[in-house]
Design a binder for this molecule. Structure first.
Ligand code: UD1
Ligand code: CA
Length: 479
C-alpha cells in the first residue's frame, strides 16, 4: 500500500463463522446464504478490510470447504482461515482464530460472521475506544439498546454503571435481568495477550455447555480489568440466525443500497431491489419492482421500468428498458430501447439506438446500430446488421436437434413478418425477404426472397361454401 498505514495496521480481525446455523434449517452453511447478491460472510470480511485491519482471519468449520472456496475467490490472499474442528461455542471459535493470528498483531478485533449490516466504521469505533481507554480497561465492546432483547446476550452493569458481565439469554436468572434491553451485538477489541489469557480460562458452565466468548467480560472484571462499552446503532446488530432475519437483513441492505445511489444522483423508487455489485450512474431511474443483480452497470440517463429483472448486464447511456423485460448477461448499447416484455438471454448485444420490442427473445445475438425487431420473434445465434428490420413473428431456426447454427442478416435488410430463417443462412445487405417466407438458402445482397405457394381467388365461391356447411350441420342435427 502506498497510503500511510491505517490506525488498525497492527489489529487482526477474527471473524467467527464456523457455526452450524441450525436455525436456518438449510443444507447451505449459514454464512453462504445470500444477502443482496453476496454471501452473508462477504460483508463482515469487507468491513474488516475497509477498516484497515492488518490481517483478517475467518474461523471456519461447518461447510468449511465451501466457505473457504468463496473467501479465496472473493478476497484472495487478503483473508486467511482458521479451522474450528468442533463447534464448541464462540469462545472456542475465537481461540481457534487467535491461534492463526500472527506474532506481529497487537490488538484483536473479534466479531461474528453473521452480521451482514456491519460496516468498517462500527469496527473502527470499537478499536478507537480501546486505544483511547483509561488505564485499567482491558476490553472494548459494542453495545446496543433494542426494544426486544430476547435471544441476545444481555449486558449487566454494576451499581456504578460499569459493565460487569454479559449473560446469555438462556442463562438469565431474574426478571430484572430479562428486562435488560442493553445487549451484546458482538464486536470485541482487546490486546492479543489479554484476550488469549481470558479465552484460555473459559469454562462451559452454562445452559448450552459451550465456551462463551462473552465470558471474557466477567473474567476481566474479576481481575480488575474493566470493559468499556461503545454504543452502536441498532442496525449493526441484525445478526442472522433464521430465515426471517435473513429476509429482514436483506431488506435493510437493499434500502441502504438504494440510499447510496440516490445520493449519487440516481432515482431508485420504493420496491426496486439493487444488489451490492450493481453500479448506477447519474440520472438513472429505477422503477418500482425492478430487480438489478450481479455485476450490472446502468449508464447515465438510462431508465429501467417497472418489473424488469436485469442480471450481470450493462445498460448503456439513455437506454430505456420498458416494463417486465428480463435481461441476462447481455449488453444494451446507448440509446437503445428494449421491451416491454423482451427477453434478452446471455451474450446478446443490442446496438446503439436499436429497438427490441414485446415478446422478442434473443440469445447470443447481436443487433447492429438502429436495427429493429419490434414484435414477437425468436432471434437465437444471430448477427443482424445496422438498420435491418426484422418483422413480427420471425424465427431464427438455429437448432437442428444436434447443433446450433448462425443466421446472418446484412445491413439494411428487411425480413417480412412470419418468416423462418433456417440456419446456417445469410441474408445479404439491403435484401428483402417477403412475408411468410421460409429462407433455406442464402439471399444475395439487394435480392428479393419469396417462398410461399401462390394465392388463388375463386370468385363467388364463399356463399357456395356456406350453403354446403349449413346443410351438413342440419343433417347431423336430425340424427
Ligand atoms: C451470540 C452471542 C450473544 C449475542 C449474539 C449477537 C455468545 C455466546 N453469544 O449469540 O451474546 O447477543 O451473538 O448476535 O457469543 N460460531 C462459531 N463457532 C461456534 C459457535 C458459533 O464460529 O462454535 C460463530 C457462528 O458461525 C456465528 C457467530 O459465531 O457467526 C455467533 O454464533 P451464534 O450461534 O449465532 O450466536 P448467538 O446465539 O447469536
Ligand atoms: Ca447469531
Amino acid at each position: 500500500m502506498t497510503d500511510s498505514p491505517s490506525p488498525l495496521a497492527w489489529t487482526a480481525a477474527v471473524i467467527l463463522a464456523a457455526g452450524h446455523g441450525k436455525r436456518m434449517k438449510s443444507a447451505l452453511p449459514k454464512v453462504l446464504h445470500g444477502v443482496a447478491g453476496r454471501p452473508l460472510i462477504h460483508y463482515p470480511v469487507r468491513a474488516a478490510l475497509e477498516a484497515g485491519c492488518g490481517e483478517v482471519v475467518v474461523v471456519v468449520g461447518h461447510g468449511r470447504a465451501e466457505v473457504e472456496a468463496y473467501l479465496a475467490r472473493a478476497f484472495g490472499d487478503r483473508v486467511r482461515t482458521a479451522v474450528q474442528t468442533e463447534q464448541r461455542g464462540t469462545g472456542d471459535a475465537a481461540r481457534a482464530g487467535l491461534s492463526a493470528v500472527s506474532e506481529a498483531a497487537e490488538v484483536a478485533l473479534v466479531f461474528y460472521g453473521d452480521v451482514p449490516l456491519l460496516v468498517a466504521e462500527d469496527l473502527v469505533q470499537v478499536s478507537r475506544a480501546l486505544a483511547t481507554a483509561p488505564a485499567g480497561v482491558g476490553l472494548a465492546m459494542a453495545t446496543c439498546e433494542v426494544p426486544d432483547p430476547s435471544g441476545y446476550g444481555r449486558i449487566l452493569r454494576d451499581a456504578r454503571g460499569a459493565i460487569r458481565e454479559v449473560r446469555e439469554h438462556k442463562d438469565l436468572k431474574t426478571e430484572e435481568e430479562r428486562r435488560t434491553r442493553e445487549i451484546n451485538p458482538g464486536i470485541f477489541a482487546a490486546r492479543v495477550d489479554v484476550l488469549r489469557e481470558a479465552i484460555a480460562a473459559l469454562e462451559p458452565n452454562n445452559a448450552q455447555k459451550e465456551l462463551y466468548l462473552t465470558d471474557i467480560v466477567a473474567y476481566g472484571a474479576g481481575r480488575g480489568r474493566g470493559t468499556i462499552g461503545v454504543p452502536g446503532r441498532a442496525e449493526i446488530l441484525v445478526g442472522v440466525n433464521d430465515r426471517q432475519q435473513l429476509v429482514d437483513a436483506e431488506a435493510m441492505m437493499h434500502a441502504r443500497i438504494a440510499r447510496k445511489w440516490s445520493h449519487a444522483g440516481a432515482t431508485v423508487k420504493p420496491g426496486a431491489r439493487i444488489d451490492d455489485e450493481v453500479v448506477l450512474e447519474e440520472d438513472v431511474v429505477i422503477e418500482a419492482g425492478a430487480v438489478l443483480r450481479g455485476a450490472t452497470t446502468v449508464e447515465r440517463g438510462a431508465s429501467i421500468d417497472v418489473g424488469c429483472v436485469i442480471t450481470s448486464s450493462s445498460i448503456g447511456a439513455g437506454v430505456a428498458v420498458k416494463p417486465y423485460s428480463v435481461v441476462t448477461g447481455s449488453r444494451v448499447l446507448g440509446g437503445a430501447q428494449v421491451g416491454p416484455f423482451s427477453h434478452l438471454r446471455p451474450e446478446s448485444v443490442i446496438g446503439e439506438a436499436a429497438h427490441v420490442g414485446n415478446f422478442v427473445e434473443t440469445k447470443k445475438t447481436t443487433l447492429g446500430r438502429g436495427a429493429k425487431a419490434n414484435h414477437l420473434a425468436y432471434l437465437g445465434d444471430g448477427v443482424i446488421g445496422d438498420d435491418a428490420n426484422v418483422g413480427a413473428g420471425t424465427i431464427f431456426c438455429n437448432y437442428d436437434g444436434f447443433q446450433k447454427h448462425t443466421t446472418t442478416i446484412g445491413a439494411g435488410a428487411f425480413i417480412g413478418s412470419d418468416s423462418q430463417l433456417v440456419a446456417p443462412v445469410t441474408v445479404g445487405a439491403g435484401a428483402y425477404v417477403a412475408t411468410g417466407t421460409t429462407v433455406t438458402r442464402d439471399v444475395p445482397d439487394d435480392a428479393l426472397a419469396i417462398a410461399r405457394t401462390r394465392q388463388e381467388n375463386k370468385l363467388g365461391y364463399a356463399s357456395k361454401l356456406r350453403a354446403r356447411f349449413k346443410a351438413a350441420k342440419e343433417t347431423t342435427k336430425g340424427k
